[in-house]
Write a protein that binds this ligand. Structure first.
Ligand SMILES: Nc1ncnc2c1ncn2[C@@H]1O[C@H](COP(=O)(O)OP(=O)(O)O)[C@@H](O)[C@H]1O
Ligand SMILES: [Mg+2]
Length: 348
């Protein structure tokens, strides 16, 4: 039930003018989110955005209390980035709207540099960060000589700008890109490193993480709302596997109570999420209403327990698939709206 005093929020995803005209609360991928927000008494409207719809969305945001956003950093279909959207969201937040994820928070958490900035937490693997091409070409040869590495561009998704690099001999490396699972290629280390110069343009950087040999045992996606675990997804990933390992498996979802992952859940809620917020200087109630942390298995602990290595954090476009996730997201949103806008919704 919604009434004149309901909070009003807009939900943003990427689409063209036709998609904007046709979007409803029930006909898209986010229908479970719309329904969960409505169960909290929040009035929700779709706000389909693309660059040329920015003015329409700006106008729409003048009449709501908050905005939730599902837009990838880089469109996997067109390669477009989301700079104009982030500017609009900053403007909305400055005008007093509740925004999740805020672009500043996404810029801290939802980038690969987070792997380096939080490497001292228990989820950290052997991780380097290169801010210049000169530092990269100086330091990378020594690292890849010691074992296979995974290089990641700071901003990316869908395997864009992620490479496994393995030394074959003193001068050549085998390179496998995570996007589209192509055959690995052989290159001289020098040529491969020269190619990477473009990754440092416009403030870009590269993160260099130890390759995790247990990757074929699967990835655990830990779904979060604020500082709480709200579900899990387990998937047999194959992005950096040899072609003969076959295709990736489906992601299988379960609730936060899944007995297989209670150690991970406790670590996330008690140690790693507070640690992340502290290291990145994010206020605990500025953590996004939905985000996820992807873990690979690291070496086992001496007690034989699984050890988890952070692979990446997603904040820009996390679909809350586990059963309890949409309601958890909606409850977090309601609390944040009350904190940002006061006990009443926008004036009608
Ligand atoms: N250190 C690593 N060791 C083994 N495999 C990795 C490692 N890092 C990433 N991968 C594989 O590459 C895929 C893509 O990397 P990820 O960091 O998730 O970037 P994105 O999803 O943004 O493209 C992961 O899903 C995983 O299969
Ligand atoms: Mg990933």
């Amino acid at each position: 039930m919604t009434n004149a005093k309901s909070y009003k929020i807009a939900i943003v995803w990427r689409g063209d003018r036709q998609a904007r005209a046709e979007a409803t609360a029930t006909n898209g991928r986010l229908s479970a989110v719309f329904a969960a927000l409505a169960r909290q008494g929040i009035a929700v409207q779709p706000a389909v955005w693309s660059e040329d719809l920015t003015e329409e969305v700006r106008e729409q945001l003048r009449r709501v209390d908050g905005v939730l956003v599902w837009v990838d950093p880089i469109s996997t279909a067109t390669g477009e980035r989301r700079g104009t959207l982030d500017a609009l969201l900053r403007e909305a937040a400055a005008a007093g709207l509740f925004v999740s994820a805020h672009p500043d928070v996404a810029g801290k958490m939802g980038v690969k540099a987070v792997l380096h900035r939080t490497r001292t937490l228990g989820w950290g693997a052997d991780t380097e960060l290169y801010e210049t091409h000169a530092a990269f070409t100086e330091e990378f040869p020594g690292r890849v000589a010691a074992g296979p590495r995974v290089l990641k561009q700071n901003r990316g998704n869908g395997g864009i700008g992620v490479w496994k690099v393995e030394r074959l001999d003193g001068t050549t490396v085998r390179v496998q890109e995570a996007k589209g699972a192509p055959e690995p290629r052989t290159a001289t280390l020098e040529a491969f490193m020269a190619e990477r110069a473009a990754d440092f343009e416009d403030g870009g950087l590269l993160v260099d993480q130890a390759f995790q040999p247990r990757h074929l045992e699967g990835m655990v996606r830990c779904y979060m709302s604020g500082d709480r675990v709200v579900g899990f997804g387990h998937q047999l990933v194959r992005a950096l596997a040899a072609p003969e390992a076959g295709p990736a498996g489906p992601r299988l979802y379960s609730r936060a109570s899944d007995p297989r992952f209670q150690r991970l859940r406790a670590l996330m809620e008690r140690a790693w999420t507070p640690g992340l917020a502290r290291l990145l200087d994010i206020a605990p109630d500025a953590l996004p209403v939905i985000w996820d942390a992807d873990f690979l298995l690291g070496p086992r602990t001496p007690e034989g327990d699984d050890n988890y290595v952070l692979c990446e954090i997603n904040v820009s476009s996390v679909f809350p698939v586990p059963d309890d996730a949409p309601d958890a997201l909606a409850k977090t949103t309601l609390r944040r709206l009350a904190a940002t806008r006061g006990p009443r919704g926008a004036a009608t």
